[in-house]
Design a protein around this ligand. Structure first.
Ligand code: GYE
Length: 374
């Protein structure tokens, strides 16, 4: 918009200059008239130049008012991640008063630290980090602190440094426990007395993986279930498929539960089970549990493929913006801000269960629920 206006004005300057030039060189009218035209034209040139300068200054001032934010995003491994990125880009838009530097770190820890350092060099006002893994952060966060740039952590946690202003995200341990407690109640309701589970983990060392693995395992330990194996699928569909292919060979006929630590891994695991002739979903050989509950995940619940899906809400960016606005107005935001999650299944798979003594509510997956999801 601003650029367009400047270029229109500059075109005006050029036209007026041309006019002034013409008046000086080609006019055949009496000398005083030509002189007058020339003077008038020169005045127009001056006016237009002044106006152009003013517009440029206003544009610069407006740019200066934008809050600059650097966001070091994990990568683009999943539907969840796509929703998270979109939400951040929507919230931290120029129209909303932000100048966003977005870096997709492609699941590379070193690249993520580099991205943060490049934000320090740029001198951004705020840095947002979704940490690929939970540790190894203290040095770079100290550098942010020394540069006087507040850091806000989104989604996954940083577990070995507290040099950030706020963390906004989901409670992954509760997600894992909820999956375990639901399975306990569901198995009891179905008369299933033996659980032999296979787990496809997320990126090892990410707090999402650690919380979900530990939460589910805590219930497995308490109930005496057998966890046959745990391997990472790196939160990707290809990873989920690869791990499940090897599980289907190694544990043929020996498992009745598969836990995938995100929906995309579950999609890959489905392909592997289809190829191996293993049936899954309500009423079939294998209870398939997943996390995230993005639109495509809920569609698989509706189709009777995923038995229960434990949400992780990817829309934390508006809350992060709230943190930035609090800082802008001199306030102190809370250190930890939880984004609430829901648990999803079809009506027949909804059972009563509690997590740490708190009764949980499950949501029945319907077309309207899917439609409203991200
Ligand atoms: O579950 C998965 C993603 O960090 C909570 O990362 C996030 C996880 C999410 O790629 O799909």
């Amino acid at each position: 918009m601003k650029k367009k206006l400047i270029s229109v004005l500059l075109t005006g300057v050029m036209a007026a200059s041309l006019l002034a030039g013409c008046a000086a060189t080609t006019a055949t009218a009496p000398a005083p008239a030509a002189e007058e035209v020339k003077e008038e034209a020169e005045e127009v040139v001056e006016d237009v130049e002044e106006a152009a300068e003013e517009v440029a200054e206003t544009a610069e001032a407006a740019d200066g008012e934008l809050i600059s934010v650097g966001f070091a995003q994990v990568g683009h491994e999943s539907d969840w991640r796509t929703a998270s990125t979109k939400s951040c880009q929507d919230v931290f838009s120029e129209a909303n008063g932000y100048d966003l530097s977005f870096v997709d770190c492609d699941n590379d820890e070193a690249a993520q630290k580099e991205a943060v350092r490049s934000f320090i060099e740029q001198g951004v006002d705020y840095i947002i980090i979704d940490p690929i893994i939970a540790t190894g952060w203290d040095t770079v966060l100290t550098e942010c602190e020394d540069a006087g740039i507040p850091v806000i952590v989104i989604d996954r946690t940083i577990d070995d440094s507290d040099k950030y202003v706020s963390w906004v995200g989901s409670d992954f341990l509760t997600e894992g426990k909820a999956a375990g407690e639901w399975l306990k109640a569901y198995a009891a309701a179905q008369g299933i007395t033996e659980i032999n589970a296979l787990i496809i983990q997320g990126t090892i060392g990410s707090s999402a993986q650690i919380g979900r693995t530990d939460g589910f395992q805590s219930v497995a330990d308490a109930e005496g279930w057998t966890v046959l194996d745990k391997q990472t699928g790196d939160f990707t569909e290809a990873g989920g498929q690869e791990v499940m292919e090897s599980y289907c060979k190694s544990y043929e006929g020996k498992f009745n539960v598969v836990v995938c630590e995100n929906d995309n891994e579950a999609f890959g695991a489905m392909t592997a089970m289809d190829n191996a002739g293993v049936t899954y979903g309500p009423g079939n050989d294998v209870i398939l549990i997943s996390y995230d509950a993005c639109t495509a995940g809920l569609e698989k619940v509706k189709e009777g493929k995923i038995t229960a899906d434990f949400e992780c809400n990817p829309l934390a960016a508006p809350t992060v913006e709230g943190v930035i606005q609090t800082l802008q107005s001199g306030g102190t935001p809370e250190k930890e801000i939880l984004v609430p999650d829901n648990w999803y299944a079809l009506a027949d798979q909804i059972v009563d269960f509690s997590v740490d003594g708190n009764a949980q509510t499950m949501i029945e997956v319907t077309d309207e629920v899917i439609e409203a999801q991200y």
